[in-house]
Every structure is written in C-alpha cells, then in structure tokens.
Ligand binder design. Sequence first.
Ligand SMILES: [Zn+2]
Length: 777
Amino acid sequence: MAFPSFPSLDALLFSGKLSAVAKRTRDADDKAKAVTQVLPARGMRGPRIVAALLLAAGAVAVLVYRKAAPAPTRRTNVLLVTIDTLRADRLGCYGYGRAATPVLDALAARGIRFATAVAHAPLTAPSHASILTSRTPLGHGVRDNGAYVLPEGVRSVAEDFRQAGYKTAAFVSGFPLTRRFGLDRGFETYDDRLPRGSDPRRTAYVERTADRTSDAVIQWLDGTARSAAASPAPWFVWVHYFDAHAPYEAPAAFAAGAASPYDGEVAFVDSQVGRLLGHLDSAGGPRTLVLVTADHGESLGEHGEDTHGIFLYDATIRVPFILAGPGVAAGRVPTTVARGIDVSPTLLDYVGIEPKGMEGRSLRPAADGKALDDLPSYAESLHSQLQYGWAPLHALRTSRFKLIEAPRAELYDLKSDGPEVHDRALEEPVRVASMRAELQKIMATTTPVATRAIDAETAARLDALGYLGGGGGKNAPAPTGRDPKDGIELVTRLGRNGMSVARTEPLKAIRELTALLAEDPGMLVVRRTRAVAYESAGQYDAAVRDLRALEKEGALTAEDSVVLGDSLRLAGRTKEAVAVLLATARKNPRFAQPWLSLAAVFVAENRIADAAAAYDSVLKTAPDQVEALRGLGDLALIRGDVEDASRRYGRILEIDPADPGALSKVGVVRVRQGRAEEGIELFRKALEREPRNAETLLYLAGALAANGRGAEAVPYFERALAAAPPTTMALNGLGLTQLGLGDRAAAAAAFRRSLALDPRQPEVARTLAEMGGAEPR
Ligand SMILES: [Zn+2]
C-alpha cells in the first residue's frame, strides 16, 4: 500500500510555502468574481477575505498534512429601545388587527402610549441623533445616513446620564449607527459589533439580528449585576434593533404566521424585546423605566415608496412611543403629539436629572394625565437632494395639519385624512402661507449647535447645499430640482433592479442603472451603485472611471473611496490603491473598512508586517472589530504563532460563539497543536453553520485523512470539490487519500484532474506515472 518513492505530502502540495501562497492569492484576485461567488461569505469585500483565507489555507494544509503538531436607595434604571423602521400602526396596541406584537402591547397596557408620535427624519442616523440629543437635524447637523458625523459639542443624553453617575451602554444593530458616526458620545460601552452576515445582496457588516443584540444586552446586564455590589450605580441602556429594515427575512417561525414579511420581522423583534424585558424582571433589582420608540416607519408602497428615506408622510414619520415603569400610570393614552426630540427630556425628567439646553420638552405632564398643548414638529429629508440631486423636503406638523414644502407644496388635514391622499394645498392657500412662514422661521432660527466644529467634509457638503454660511435665509427651503414626487418611480427602479442586485446580478444592475442615468444623469446614488456593480462584475476599470469622476466633482464618500481602492487593487493598480485607501483611512480614522482593504493589498503583496499594522489601526478605535481580529489571526497562523492565532480567534468566538470562520480556524490551531480530534469537532461545528464552505470541508477532509480516517475523509473532499471550483489542493488530497485506501483508479482519476488544472506539478505527474497500471475511470 505504501509508495516508497512517493514524495512527502508537504512537497507535493505546497512546496513553495508562503511565496507560492502569495502568488495564489494574486491569482485568486484575478479571478475574484468567480471565487467570491462560491465562498459563503461573499459580497463586495469578498476578494480581500479570500486572500486572507487562502493564505491561511496554505498554512493549514501544510500543517494538516505534515501531521505536526426600583430600589429606594438608588435611582431607577432607564432602558431606551429604538426599533428601526417600525410603523406605529403595525402594532396591536396602535390598532393593527393582524399584529403579532404581544410584548409591546402588554408594555403599553402596563404603561402608557402616546397616540401620535413623530420622527424628525425618515432616516436612521439623523432621527436617532434627534432622539439622543433632543435636537432636530437643523440643530445637530446630521442630515443623512453615512455622510455625517455628529459634530463635536452636540450634547447627548448619554452624557447627562453619565454625569449624574449612571453607567451608560448602547447596543446598536445597524451600520448607520456604528461608532464612526459619533452617536457613541457619552456611552461607556458602545457595542456596535455587527456580524459579517452572509446575504450576498448586501455589503458585509450591516446588521445584527435581534436575538444576538438581546444576547449582548443580557450578557452586559448580568455582568453589571455581578459588579453592582461594589458600585451600585444605576444604568442607562440604549438598545437598537434593526430587523424590520428591508430586506424582510424573519426567522421561519415568525415569517410563517405573519400577515406580511414585514410583519414577521416586527413580530420577531417584539419577541426579542420580550426576552430582554423578561430578563430584567427575573433579574430582580430595581424596576426599570422603559421607553420604546422608532427612528422612522416604512412606506410599504404608500405614495409609491417601497421603503423609507425620501418622503415625509406619516407612513415613515409616525412612530410608536410607549413608556412604562416606576412612576408611569397604567393604560393611559395621551393625545399630545410626542416628538423625537422629546424622548431625552422625558427620560431625564423621570429620574430627576435637569435637562440642559434641549430643544424638546418633557412629556411627563401629559403622561400624568395633564393637558399639554401640541408643539409644532419639524421634519426633513435631504436624502433626495444629497443622493439624487433633487429638491429636499421639509415639513411642519401642527396638531392637525401637515405642510410638506417641495417644488409643489402639499397640505394634509391629518384629522380627516390619515393616509395623506387628499392634498389641500390649492384649496387652502392661506393656511399654506402661514405654515410656510412658520416653517421658514424655524429653519432660519435653528442654527447648528456646533457649526464650526463640523468636520471639513461635512461643512463643505452643507455649504454646497446652502445650509451654512451667513444669515438664516440660506437655511430656507430651496425648491430647485426635481420634486421627489415626480421621481419616486426612479427610486423604486433603483431599489428593485439596482441596489438589491448590484452584487448578485451585476450585469443586470449595470443595464438598469445605465438606463436610469440616461433619464436623470444627476442621480449620484445611481452612479455609486453602478460602480459597485462594475466592481462585482469584474469591470474594475469602469468602476475606477466612474468613481474618479465622482471624486472630481467632490462627491466621493468614504464608502465610495473604499470601492475605488478595492477596484484599483483588483485591477492590479496597487500603488494607486494604497494611495486612495491610505488617504481615506487617515481622513476617517474610525472607519474600519479602508484599513481592512489596505491590509488586503498588503497581504496580496506579501507585506505581512504592513498588513498587521493596518489591522492594528482598526483595533485602536474598535478593539472588537471581528475582521481585523480574523486578519491578525490568519497572519499569526502564517507566522506559526499558534498562541497568538488562538487568542485572536478566541476573541471572535467570545463575541460570536457560532462564527464559522473562527471555529474553523481554531480547529486549524488545534490540529496544529496535535489535538486533531478537537479540531475535527470544530470543523464539524463550523460546517453546521456553513455546510458548503469549501475551505472548512477541505480542512475536515485533510484532518480526517491525516489521522488514519481516509474512508471518512473522502466524502468531505468530494463535497469540497462540489462546493467550489476544483483546486489542485483538494484533488491531490483526494488522490492521496484514495491511494491510502487502496483505490488506485480513483486516485489516478483525481491526479489526472489535478494535472489538467495545472500541468506544472512534476511530483504529481511522477506519482501518476509510478502508479502505471491504474486504469483511467
Ligand atoms: Zn432606520
């Protein structure tokens, strides 16, 4: 059975060690698209991850085959829950007949709910900034997602709580709230660890599902409870759930019984809020003041809008506002309109902290059953202007009427026309004029708190739009450009046939996006999305051309810069890639992605120390950034430092015990430490989560084969070969294993396939020749 002249497994498989691996990495980048389509964690960041994986794969294959080694004495705790994209009218307590929201309904029953609550923007970051700072977007300066950082000097309610001796912690679940946008201000703990995700339609790290967010909060609460004996400080915790945001894909148990996929997500979040509240109850201790609200709703097709972000109708502006806990009467439904900016002063009021310089007011009198007049509420969306080059929308809402300022202004009587389908602007010119005057006054007199401190990029952006500079007049509505009402069909097409398929069906996306640009060349977001599609389609030069044009116009965002850097790298223009990514990283020091992309360039260039330094830069601002930890673990494996590798991957598993990549790599470490059985177990666990991960399948096959379990290994080699384009590594491994099992025909077939892939494998050719008698299958 033994072949005396058989070359060592090492030599056969990886004679070139690291340099050969680095070459393979470059080859892999050339074929980036093909490779990313077969790896489970695909997406636009795929090629970089592939590079790191291949490096580690090389290292592990070598080692596998080498076979080496409310209490009265303290103040009340405060829990603020924001449920992203939650329409008030989809909750049972707000009258929805098909709701499956027992937890929030019960919370409203044991506390109060404001019949009408409104947000100040239909966008995650601006609206949350209003909730936390008690300022409208005019005051806090965050005007859109992704492009604005909360300016220095804008105070967050978390700072008020902290100053009053509270422990402060936040747990957010969506990309627009990650720490780089500044909403972490005042929070001692800011948990924005978003798992990589495996949805190929989306970029990596956009969302954490509600179950995992609740896990993290409960873990923190338990830790806090343990240390409470030493320092019995109350806490202020903000929990943000992102699930109701599109795409709507609730766990099967919730999707099955739901009236719509959106309702399924809402039901899932409701159950996870229930888990959290149940934990608070069972943990005992002082009772907790709980406030549940949302940053905005969801249009669900109303007014032609699929999701949210453009319009200011109640479908996206009206949100729930539920309050319960110590001092809150049960079952009351105040009719005073609650505004996003009222959240913080209300919370502070209940725990006896004096609010400082807030635009909003405490709603506690209304909650206590006293009459409280409505105050006008301002809302805006600059998204249509910033992303589409159209007119922005500004709105003023009084207790009964809403004026939406646009090229064609709209007026709605909310009392008789909740769905806002009968525009009364032409019938009531006098009311329009008086509300317009009031709106303009608000816009003229609300000045950004910290204009001077806005970072240069933000300032330039606002200035270009006329939002900064002398006099309040500049802050007035500028009804130029397309009325969003007239462009919503283009937004829908962009969403359905562009954004959602840019990564999965890039050629289709490119066709549709090019058609959209022919209709409206000013739509910046279409150009951005098309660049992503070009990159996904492997048309790197086209992506670079479009992004360089955006750069010239001063419209390149940090995210765009990363796509540009990645495209340059994949096009082989390494020097330019490094220059772009380094500049982006330095300009946005809290943004992990440019550093991660830089690390990928360095890995491909075999500049291991530079790659490690880039990963370290990420950890400086985000010590738990999973991809940086993973990268450093992979580099440690390459160096042969299993201790360091073990530490890095172990940290990932503390953050997410089911992270399949880390399970797999810890498996590699165990095999390398001579603990093969543990390694095999870990590979199996990783495969439970990602059954078609070719790399893990190969590790498992290799570990089994190297430990005398060839017959068990064969099916895993075969699964690895079926899960991804065949590699010589997998084929040679299969061949050797078959040889060990005495199946010379099968072994010869595998070696022949391997040689067909790469004829420059003299050892494989010699082995095949020595096998001589084996007949081809
Ligand atoms: Zn949102």
